[in-house]
Every structure is written in structure tokens, then in C-alpha cells.
Ligand binder design. Structure first.
Ligand SMILES: [Cu+2]
Length: 270
């Protein structure tokens, strides 16, 4: 029941958001085009959410950042338990919330939407960063994710994991203790990564083009869900490869806002 409650809240929020006049629409902006101060603002926003106390009494969540991760975890549990919701909601695919063309056919942006609300009410820096639609233009790093600007230790998310535990050791999140996962098992752990240039090739422009060539949404959905989508999770590896607890790595959000743009680009083709 608790899972259903959160989905109802998210749908209600999505409806009210879509009905309200949009006076300052978000502008998408790729990470590699940001100034250093814009990058630091986004990273500061992430750290802000990690410091804020939780309010939703979700199991194991110790911050607002982890509440969003917990919603993702609960959402996937719902997918396993419900046939109806498996159809409309069980996908990592980015979507346009309740858009006229796609309505309930699309999966919900179940963590990106409340994330925007959190930013607005809790962390002004975070809201500014998110509302401008920051995303990781992953085609640029396809096949060479190990040298991505995203992984810069001072103006990015830190680099690869190391050692047998694969914990990240540099960057602003090196000391972050995550309390959710792995999978549905909740215990303290670090952010792990195992970068793979080979896996990141799945996000190449050629793969995006294949999906954009699909004329029906089911085909496009399955195509994006497969290769462009797999490139980010597989290219970063570690926690990002955990289908349940992957939002424990802040890179997940920046990556999925890119997928949202890939989807939006497909929608604009006709
Ligand atoms: Cu995903």
C-alpha cells in the first residue's frame, strides 16, 4: 500500500504541475558547457540534499537524497508485484510527464519529479541547478568514459572506484555513506564504480540515431531502454549497475536527464 500511496502522490503532483502555467520553463544545458561555478552549484546542491534530514519515514533513508533513492527502491518493488504498474511505470526510461501525446503510455519520472520539488523547497542552489536542466551529454564520452569531464575530482563527481571494494576515493562524494542497497538489502556502503569504456559505447550517437529512427513509441522506448540507457549504467558500473539502488550515485540523475532529452528529441521529430 505504501508504494501505491507514493505513486498517487507523484501522479497528483505531476498533474498539478502540468496544469499550472509555466512562466520560467527549464532550459536544458549539457554539463560540459557549464562554467566552473555552475558545476560547483550543482554539486553543492547534491551535498545539500545529502545533509537534509528525511521527512517521509522511508525505511533506511537518512537524508532527503536517500529518500529519493528509497522511492526508486520502492517503485521497483511495485513493478515486481503489480502487472498494471509494470506496464506504465516499470522502466528507467525518461518520459514527458503526462504529455498530451503519450499520456499514461509513458513511464513516470518517479524520482526526477519529486527531486525538483525538493530542490525548490530545501536547497535553493539545487533548484537553480536542476531547473535549468543540467544533463550529461553522454554521446561525447561514449567509448571514453574514463576520461570524461564528469569525473573531474574538483569540478565533477570524482572518478573510478579502486581496490577490492571499488569505493570511489576522490571527488566531493568520496566520503559519502549510503544506507540503501545493495538491491533491496539496506546497509552502509560507499559509492562504488567500475568504469568501462567498452560498455559506454552503447550511448554513442549512432545508437541514439537508431532509436530516433523508430516511428512508434514502443519501438523507441525499447530501443532507448536498451542501448543508450545501458551505456550510462554499464559505463560507470558499480552502484550504477544496481537496478534497485543505483540512485545512490548522484551521477544517476545527471545521466537520466540526458535520457530525458533523448526522449524529448524523439518526440520532436514529428
Ligand atoms: Cu536507468
Amino acid at each position: 500500500m505504501v508504494h501505491l500511496t507514493y505513486l498517487v502522490i507523484l501522479f497528483a503532483g505531476a498533474y498539478s504541475a502540468s496544469a499550472a502555467p509555466c512562466e520560467t520553463p527549464a532550459q536544458r544545458k549539457a554539463w560540459h558547457t557549464l562554467t566552473d561555478s555552475e558545476k560547483l552549484a550543482y554539486i553543492g546542491a547534491e551535498l545539500c540534499l545529502m545533509e537534509k534530514f528525511p521527512k517521509l519515514t522511508l525505511e533506511a533513508a537518512t537524508s532527503r537524497f536517500e529518500e529519493l533513492q528509497a522511492i526508486h527502491q520502492s517503485h521497483l518493488g511495485l513493478c515486481i508485484g503489480g502487472r498494471f504498474f509494470r506496464f506504465i511505470a516499470c522502466s528507467c526510461m525518461p518520459t514527458r510527464l503526462l504529455s498530451v501525446r503519450n499520456a499514461a503510455m509513458m513511464a513516470i519520472k518517479y524520482t526526477l519529479f519529486p527531486r525538483g520539488a525538493y530542490h525548490r523547497t530545501l536547497c535553493n542552489r539545487a533548484y537553480l541547478a536542476y531547473s535549468r536542466g543540467r544533463y550529461w551529454q553522454e554521446q561525447l564520452d561514449a567509448g571514453s568514459v574514463t576520461s570524461s569531464v564528469l569525473l573531474d575530482p574538483s569540478h565533477g563527481f570524482g572518478g573510478d572506484g579502486s581496490g577490492t571494494d571499488r569505493c570511489i576515493t576522490d571527488g566531493p562524494f568520496a566520503n559519502f555513506t549510503n544506507h540503501l542497497g545493495l538491491m533491496y538489502n539496506n546497509s552502509e556502503h560507499c559509492i562504488t564504480r567500475r568504469l568501462s569504456d567498452r560498455s559506454s559505447k552503447s550511448s554513442a550517437q549512432s545508437e541514439v540515431d537508431k532509436c530516433h529512427a523508430m516511428t512508434e513509441w514502443v519501438g523507441a522506448w525499447r530501443c532507448i531502454e536498451a542501448n543508450p540507457h545501458a551505456g550510462g549504467h554499464g559505463g560507470i558500473g558499480g552502484l550504477m549497475l544496481d537496478p534497485i539502488a543505483s540512485p545512490g550515485d548522484p551521477l544517476l540523475y545527471l545521466y537520466h536527464t540526458w535520457l530525458d532529452k533523448v526522449w524529448w528529441d524523439w518526440q520532436k521529430l514529428d
